[in-house]
Design a protein around this ligand. Structure first.
Ligand code: GRF
Length: 220
């Protein structure tokens, strides 16, 4: 009989589109002896390509189409019911393009993370790559953070830096940032599943130390 480690932490991934971050997570975790396992993928858009990626990996998928609900709380109630059926240890937002209410966010406080394509706190919101180019900054990147009621404002767990080249445009920069996203998101999920990353008093802790005190959270 194969020797298996501890039961992997169930993870639910929420997507709206392509799902390349989802793919990086599937490739890392849906294999023997991983500390986490993607147990379901939920999209608010029926056409999201990430649903196909999940199906190809044999992962259950669900669509909770926000357009079919009269208001945000109705949508979120339906979404929460699907998520909670899986009893996830972690909810991962991977290109999930809906703003969430405080009530929903607080239900998952400390067990929901997001990836944002900028070096937070720079460039919260949309169009981050063009805004980084327009800023004249030398560096851009991506951040994984705990989700709190402040949009893109929760405590950062890990960042990855990307150097902006003089000939970059938004697509070339976005492609390099995305490659880094695919590296740091699985890393954060692993650390969380191993119990090494926690949210405590609105701070992200790694091995009990505030991430803001560690240079390690910046992966240059
Ligand atoms: C990524 O750039 C992520 O940072 C942002 O949305 C994009 C999703 O890409 N939140 P994908 O669907 O994972 O390919």
């Amino acid at each position: 009989m194969a020797v298996t480690g501890q039961t992997p932490m169930p993870v639910v991934v929420l997507i709206s589109g392509n799902g390349s971050n989802l793919q990086a997570l599937i490739d890392t975790f849906n294999r023997d002896n991983a500390p986490a396992r993607i147990c379901a993928v939920i999209s608010n858009r029926p056409q999201a390509y990430g649903l196909e990626r999940a199906q190809q990996a044999g992962i259950p998928t669900h669509v909770v189409d926000h357009q079919r609900y009269r208001d945000r709380p109705g949508f979120e109630q339906a979404l929460q019911a699907v998520i909670d059926d899986y009893h996830p240890g972690l909810v991962v937002l991977a290109g999930f393009m809906r703003i969430l209410t405080e009530r929903f966010v607080n239900h998952y406080l400390g067990r929901m993370v997001n990836i944002h394509p900028s070096l937070l706190p720079n460039f919260q919101g949309l169009d981050t790559h063009q805004r980084a180019l327009d800023s004249g900054l030398a560096q851009h990147g991506a951040s994984v953070h705990f989700v709190t009621p402040e949009l893109d404002g929760g405590p950062v767990i890990m960042r990855a830096h990307v150097t902006i080249h003089p000939d970059d445009d938004a697509p070339t920069l976005a492609a390099r940032v995305l490659r880094e996203e695919h590296r740091i998101y699985p890393e954060v999920v692993r650390l969380f599943a191993e119990g090494r990353v926690k949210l405590d008093d609105n701070q992200a802790l790694l091995d009990g130390i505030a991430v803001t005190q560690l240079s390690k959270h910046d992966h240059a």
